[in-house]
Write a protein that binds this ligand. Structure first.
Ligand code: GDP
Length: 338
């Protein structure tokens, strides 16, 4: 399991969907990994096969806790995933999958996230599965591939899915649309209280966890906690009734890790009881339906031969003020519909 990464697929290696499905259902990590490679593929035939596998796995999915973990580079995400993931496996008897979303990840270079070399214990644990971010070339986008991977991991019996992303941009919205719980990792006393984390990301957090508490004196950590609590108070209350928590931990020294799980369980209990857990999952499914349709329609439009031919000239006319962007768009859409 240690070195299973993005297994290259040769055409003759492709098997029927049922082969992958049976393997995944049996908890075979190598086959799970191959199926994820299929769904990340840029080739349409691989993707069609992946879709068949996803459909077969769907009835066996949904039974995990999906947790998003974000924070700026260096804050300690990998270290936390290592200690938290090990805690879940060793103390809570869980099977943990770690996925990542890094929209900037390059096709060849892999990802800075979900990096198994930084997760030494987890990467050799039979109850863990670590998968770096899909490449930015994945059909339908990086986030969609991760969303689909969740289904396959759940069918393979993973009951906690940790989704790591770097806390600086659009990818958090994507992660938020696929997780049940959102954890934001921060530092105490790193100057600017918000540390480049956008307000929108703070607003999504179910817990703000101040990491590296071992490195700071207690007063500083306490002050940072208070500051974050104050900042959270400025946001409108969550519709699911959850009041975001602020805690501290040391991912490196395994301090405060159990507390994180306790909070996640409390959140799960509350949201299950008041129905918002399942409502959120349904809303997310609807979101992905609409996302996928709009991506596909857009791609159909831009791949259309007539549009490809007309677009450069019409773009030029728009730039030069010969025609308004709206009329130009309508003209192209009319051509597309013909
Ligand atoms: P990421 O980029 O957010 O994934 O951050 P890493 O997990 O790679 O951590 C960045 C650096 O911070 C590494 O050198 C870690 O050893 C260190 N680090 C992570 N967590 C802690 C912590 O709780 N305490 C201290 N003192 N250092 C930590």
């Amino acid at each position: 399991m240690k070195h299973i990464n993005k297994i290259k697929l040769k055409k003759q290696e492709l098997k029927p969907a049922s082969y992958y499905f049976e393997g995944i259902k049996g908890g075979n990590i190598t086959i799970l990994s191959k199926a994820i490679t299929l769904l990340e593929s840029t080739k349409i035939e691989n993707h069609n096969l992946a879709e068949e596998i996803i459909e077969m796995c769907l009835p066996y999915s949904g039974n995990s806790l999906r947790i998003g973990i974000t924070g700026v580079p260096g804050v300690g995400k990998s270290t936390l995933i290592e200690s938290f993931g090990s805690y879940l496996i060793n103390e809570q008897n869980k099977k943990v999958a770690v996925l990542a979303i890094d929209p900037s990840s390059q096709k060849s270079g892999g990802s800075i996230l979900g990096d198994k070399t930084r997760m030494n214990d987890l990467s050799v644990n039979n109850n863990a599965f670590i998968r770096p971010s899909p490449s930015s070339g994945a059909l339908g986008g990086v986030a969609k591939a991760t969303r689909e991977s969740i289904i396959l991991c759940e069918a393979a019996g993973f009951d906690v899915i940790l989704i790591e992303t770097v806390g600086v941009g659009q990818s958090e919205t994507d992660v938020n649309s696929m997780v049940d719980f959102f954890l934001l990792l921060m530092l105490a006393g790193a100057g600017d209280e918000l540390q480049g984390i956008k307000r929108g990301i703070m607003e999504m957090a179910d817990v703000i966890l101040i990491n590296k508490a071992d490195n700071e004196d207690a007063t500083k950590v306490k002050l940072a906690k208070q500051n974050y609590k104050n900042a959270l108070h400025l946001f409108p209350p969550n519709s699911n009734g959850w009041i975001p928590k602020v805690e501290s931990c040391s991912a490196l020294n395994n301090i405060g890790i159990q507390k994180v799980w306790d909070i996640i369980i409390k959140h799960h209990e509350l949201t299950t009881l008041n129905g918002s857990f399942h409502k959120n999952r349904k809303d997310q499914a609807k979101f992905w339906l609409n996302e996928t349709i709009s991506d596909a329609v857009k791609s159909m439009f831009y791949q259309n031969e007539k549009i490809k031919m007309l677009l450069p000239k019409i773009e030029n006319d728009v730039i030069n003020g010969k025609i308004s962007p709206f009329k130009a768009a309508n003209l192209l859409l009319e051509e597309f519909k013909k």
